[in-house]
Design a protein around this ligand. Structure first.
Ligand SMILES: Cc1ncc(COP(=O)(O)O)c(C=O)c1O
Length: 414
């Protein structure tokens, strides 16, 4: 039996696609990029994304092309991507940021027209559907991350269209796995327990501050240090996971360790909890979608389709950075802030900048990702802190030739 096949079968039952088990979603994405893109290819992606994913794309020997995004959810805005860009990309990588779906139907259509692969990053979106179809079943391949849900500290899947491709990718994966290390297995098993103990003992604040002081966090800021000269040197070895390991492994050093039976057994138990977890997330999303900080995109979606089981709820606030710091005093550590956008962070040497970066900058600077499992606590804390909702600037409108209305447009979300 292929390694991890019981877990993979559980995932296949959920989404109806063939799945390859991987120790992390980043490894699943690397496999997909290596399988569907030739080195030197150009990949269209959103700049509002985890920096680790940028390094996965670079490790696969590809050029990350930053797309204009929607100011409401940070995902690629296909209509704003210039035609010249469409004609010069070799693949599209979605984000489904915080679980809010990408415009996958349109992206799929464009990719089919151009004859290029659509690779879905569904790491945040295990519970997201578009017109009843699960995210992760629209493209040629999709990466899922169990560590974002049910507090599994590792585990990913690559979902693909058929058995033959799955078998091929299992072999590619086996070549990339590093031998099992007891230390990694123990960390993977014990970390979720330590995390919930810290929460239930109300130790979030002292533990977090101590980790910060001791330099145990791998990021001083929202982004990891780039180490540009070293990164440029790694390009000589691309495609190579090993050459980019110092960047790709941040937050998950065992991202390609072969897990033992202990970890896999624990993950099977945790996977069985997924539906309960998603139900609790939906309840939290419903609460947060009704607050003044919710995005109109979320409010609209919740009103039409019910609450989605998001990984995080993107709240739009002024003074986001100060709020992130103050929330720690309320026992809330707001992670997954992707600011600045990847093109501002890495520069033109490493990525192709977006032709219109304004929406990405605005969204990245004002988004507070709220864990729906802590919805009540976060909503109370934001009320106490007098957090002000932020509204994206309204783009300047070109005057229309025939002005039949005299009422000025109402800014969205106000
Ligand atoms: C958007 C996105 N994709 C993929 C990943 C990688 O997931 P994993 O930690 O399972 O490798 C992350 C990690 O945070 C992420 O935020």
């Amino acid at each position: 039996m292929p390694y991890g096949s019981r877990l993979a079968a559980m995932m296949t039952r959920r989404i109806g696609r063939e799945c390859v088990y991987t120790p992390s979603a980043r490894l699943a994405l690397y496999l997909a990029l290596r399988r569907w893109c030739l080195p030197g290819g150009r990949v269209l992606m959103s700049p509002v994304n985890d920096d680790v994913i940028l390094f996965v794309v670079l490790a696969a020997g590809l050029r990350p092309v930053q797309a204009p995004v929607s100011q409401w959810d940070g995902n690629i805005d296909p209509a704003a991507v210039p035609e010249t860009t469409w004609r010069n990309v070799d693949a599209v990588l979605t984000t489904n940021l915080y679980g809010m779906p990408d415009r996958v139907v349109e992206l799929r259509r464009r990719c089919d027209e151009l004859g290029i692969p659509l690779i879905e990053d569904a790491a945040h979106a295990i519970g997201t559907h578009v017109d009843g179809q699960p995210i992760g079943t629209f493209g040629q391949a999709a990466a899922f991350s169990l560590s974002k849900h049910v507090a599994g500290m590792a585990c990913g899947f690559l979902a693909v269209e058929d058995v033959r491709t799955r078998r091929e990718l299992e072999l590619l994966r086996d070549d990339l796995l590093t031998p099992r290390r007891l230390r990694h297995d123990l960390t993977t098993t014990l970390r979720p327990l330590a995390r919930s103990a810290v929460r239930s003992l109300h130790l979030v604040r002292p533990v977090w501050r101590t980790m910060q002081r001791l330099g145990l966090l791998e990021r001083d800021d929202f982004r990891m240090a780039l180490h540009a000269p070293r990164l440029a040197g790694s390009a000589r070895h691309a495609p190579s996971l090993a050459a980019y390991e110092p960047w790709v492994r941040v937050d998950l050093h065992g991202f390609r360790s072969r897990h033992g039976a202990l970890v896999r057994g624990q993950l099977e138990l945790r996977m069985a909890l997924l539906d309960g977890d998603l139900a609790r997330r939906r309840a939290g999303v419903s609460l947060l979608a009704g607050t003044t900080w919710a995005t109109p995109a979320l409010r609209e979606r919740t009103a039409h389709d019910g609450s989605p089981g998001l990984f995080r709820v993107p709240l739009l606030v002024h003074d986001r950075n100060a709020l992130v710091t103050r929330l720690v005093d309320h026992g809330v550590v707001a992670g997954y802030v992707y600011d600045p956008p990847l093109d501002d962070y890495a520069g033109a040497e490493f990525v192709e900048p977006s032709p219109d970066p304004s929406a990405a900058r605005w969204f990245a600077a004002h988004t507070l990702p709220a864990d729906p499992l802590l919805a009540r606590r976060i909503s109370d804390a934001l009320t106490k802190e007098l957090a002000t909702p932020a509204h994206p600037p309204i783009p300047a409108r070109t005057p229309e030739p025939d002005t039949t209305t005299t009422t000025p447009p109402t800014p969205l979300g106000q």
